[in-house]
Structures are given as C-alpha cells and as structure tokens.
Design a protein around this ligand. Structure first.
Ligand code: ZN
Ligand code: ZN
Length: 428
C-alpha cells in the first residue's frame, strides 16, 4: 500500500505561485533596511539551548512551553531558534563585533520555530524579519528603529495600524515598582492562574500580560511602570516622543505594555493591525539594554524589532496587495522529429547561457502540443527546429505577437534573440 505523507502540523508549503508574494516582502525589506544602513546577518537555525534560556528568559512561555529542544548525537542540548534576537546578540558577542564599531546595525530573515497551537497566521515553523541596533542608547536610535518599522509597513501598503508606545523603565525604577505591584496584587494572589502564582514574587510584571489574568479588575488597576519611571528613563521616553513627533509619526502611549524580563528596558512598541482578526500585533520591538551582558558580552545597550512574514501576508491579502506570480519564459524551443533533438538541446543550453529565459516540452508532445506550452508560458518567441532546419544548420524563429517567422543560422540565434528579448535577465 502507498503511504501518503503529510507535512508536519503547523508548517506550510510555499508553492511557486505564492513565492512572488513572499519575495515582494523580502525585496522591500532588503531595499529599505539598506537605505537605513542596516546590514544582513545570518546566524544558525539552532543554537545551544542555554542561549535561549538566557536570551529569551527561562520564565517566558516561549522557553517553558514552546521550544523545539533536542539532544544531538553528542549529547548537547540544542534548540531550533524561537526568535531572532538571541542568536544575533550571541554572534555579536562571540565574534567581538563591539571591537569593530561603536554602533552596529543588523537585519535578518529566516524561519523560526515554536510549538504553538496553529491558527490563521500562526505556524510552528514561521518566518520573521527583524533589525537590531547594538551599542547606543541615544534616543535617536529608538526613533530610527520605530520610524523604520512604520516606513516598512507603509511601503507594503499596510497603513491602518496603530503604533503603541511605552517605556518599561530600567532595573532602578523597576525595583520600587515591583514592590508596589506585589503589594497591590497580594489580596488576589490565590485567584491567579498557576503560572502567575509561581512567578508571583520573582516576576509579578508578567501577571499584567498573562493571557488568563490580564483582565482581572485588580490586575487592570495595578500601578504602571510608566508612572514610576526614574529621571533617566523619563527623560529618554520624553525625548523619543519628541523625535517621533519631529518625524511625523503618530503613536499612542500604552501603559499596559510590559516586558517581563530585566534586560528589556525603556522603549517598547507594537504596531497593531485590525484587519487580520484576533492576532493583531504585526511588528513589535523595544530596547534590551541588559541582554548583551546577559549573554556574556560587555555592558552595551541594544534595541530592535521583529515581525512575522505570514502576518504581513495576511494583512496584505486583506487589502488585496498580492503580487501576481508569473509562470513565464521568453522563448520555447520546439523540436520536430528525432533529428532535431541534438540541435534543440544545444540551442536551448546556449540561450540560457546568454540569460534568455527559455524552456522546452519534456512530454514528447507533437508540434501542436509544444506550441500550446509556448502559449501557456506566454513566450514571446518560439524557436522551431525540424528536418529542414537541421539540414541547413538553421532554426526558424517565430514572433508570437506578430506571427512573423524568419530563418536564422543556428550560430546566430542567440544574438538574434538577445537583441529582441530586452528583459531576458529580469527573473534572474
Ligand atoms: Zn529607570
Ligand atoms: Zn496568569
């Protein structure tokens, strides 16, 4: 019996007709990130598990419930990356990039892996783009990063989002806020979910964005870090807002936005979009001034953002911003009879070496069938080779738009078509 294999749950096949949509996003990201002087970095798809325990945080849902972790044959614990920042920072520290320039700006693309319940726009293998700026705490950097996120989404035709902005403070202002928070939540401690009870003392901030407890009235009325910022953090936050105003970027202050881990500091932001249903954040980021040190590097600040390609595709589809995939070639070579095979193989190869997109029928169809293929592929020219052409070392070139047909010597056919197929290299 034949076994029917299916892709693993939560993964997707991206078929050739869909790739144009993906490339439209990747191409725009690469173009725009380069304009802002970000450079691409590629890190491994798996890392030592410890990198994510420290770099994502061992109290987070990602680390506790969602990671694809396995022992390799050398008994090392490895994890498929659930996000992009930890690997980039690990590389920055390991390669000592802080010795090269004060401030480094990176972008990345690639698959990420989380064991989550699949739903629209959420996959277990999903794809993210992101940027990181390491080495500067200048609030102009915060404004640049947020401005780039805003610009990127608008370039993709997504302009109905709301930008939520907050400051989550630093370890100094957080210590006093944490004490106030514990005091405030103490009366309802036993009503909270199991996770929140177990992290009550260690990380009460996480209770504020717990999926189960976030709308408890006492949780909703909890004091916010935004109202308890130290002088440094308050100044940073105010300056970032001034710069965003200068740039003409609109935002809403959202005091409920928290980052539960110590190394997330100050600026936090989320771009939220309503057109794709319950999942609303399409791009999010913030400062992580403690992360570089947490991963073994020097005390240097950092900031970045990340977003999912799948969610961008959903948002674009909701706005009919899809790219028509084209299955097209410039030339189809039509071979008539066995004697034409050798010449057709050679001519086809020579056309491609000259970067003319070309194909041939491999089903052994007759001339009519081969011409149908040329129609389906919207070919502009057909190169016909039959007994007559073989005996005269020539080919017949038919222009499919004018139906004109001319005889061309075989050794001249590449130049003849190069002169006429002007966009022959556009797909390479
Ligand atoms: Zn502070
Ligand atoms: Zn909870």
């Amino acid at each position: 019996m034949m076994v029917q294999y299916a892709k693993p749950r939560g993964t997707a096949d991206i078929l050739p007709d869909q790739v144009a949509d993906w490339r439209a996003i990747e191409d725009e990201a690469r173009r725009l990130f380069a304009i802002y002087h970000y450079r691409e970095i590629r890190t491994p798809i798996f890392e030592h598990t410890e990198v994510f325990l420290r770099g994502v945080g061992d109290t987070t849902d990602i680390v506790q419930k969602e990671m694809y972790t396995f022992m390799d044959r050398g008994d090392r614990s490895l994890t498929l990356r659930p996000e992009g920042t930890a690997g980039v920072v690990r590389a920055y520290v390991e390669e000592k990039l802080y010795g090269v320039a004060n401030t480094q700006k990176f972008y990345y693309f690639g698959p990420m892996f989380r064991y989550e319940k699949p739903q629209a726009g959420r996959y277990r293998q999903f794809h993210q783009y992101g940027i990181e700026v390491i080495g500067s705490s200048d609030p102009r950097v915060d404004a640049e990063v947020i401005g780039l996120g805003d610009h990127f989404l608008r370039q993709l035709g997504i302009d109905t989002f709301t930008l939520h902005l907050n400051s989550v403070g630093c370890p100094v202002c957080r210590a006093s806020h944490k004490a106030h928070l514990i005091e405030h939540l103490q009366p309802i401690r036993n009503e909270l979910c199991k996770d929140c009870q177990s992290r009550f003392e260690k990380n009460p901030l996480r209770i504020l964005d717990c999926k189960i407890d976030h709308d408890h009235p006492v949780v909703m009325s909890a004091p916010t870090i935004t109202d308890a910022l130290c002088d440094d953090c308050a100044h940073q936050f105010a300056t970032v807002q001034t710069y965003l105003d200068e740039m003409g970027i609109t935002y809403e202050i959202d005091k409920t936005m928290v980052r539960g881990l110590d190394y997330y500091t100050q600026t936090a932001f989320e771009f939220k979009e309503g057109s794709i249903g319950a999942i609303s954040t399409i791009l999010a980021g913030g400062r992580y001034n403690g992360l570089i040190h947490e991963l073994g590097g020097p005390e240097l600040p950092g900031i970045g953002f990340a977003g999912g390609v799948e969610r961008l595709l959903l948002a674009r589809a909701a706005r009919q911003e899809t790219v028509q995939a084209k299955d097209q070639v410039d030339v189809v070579v039509v071979a008539m009879g066995d004697s034409a095979m050798n010449a057709s193989v050679r001519v086809l190869h020579e056309l491609r070496k000259a970067h003319i997109t070309a194909d041939v029928d491999y089903y052994g169809r007759g001339v009519k069938g081969q011409l149908k293929l040329a129609d389906r592929l919207s070919a502009r020219y057909v190169v016909l080779i039959g007994d007559d052409e073989v005996s005269t070392q020539s080919v017949s070139v038919r222009d499919l738009s004018t139906r004109e047909q001319v005889l061309v010597e075989q050794h001249r056919v590449v130049n003849y078509l190069l002169e006429r197929v002007t966009n022959g290299q556009s797909e390479i």
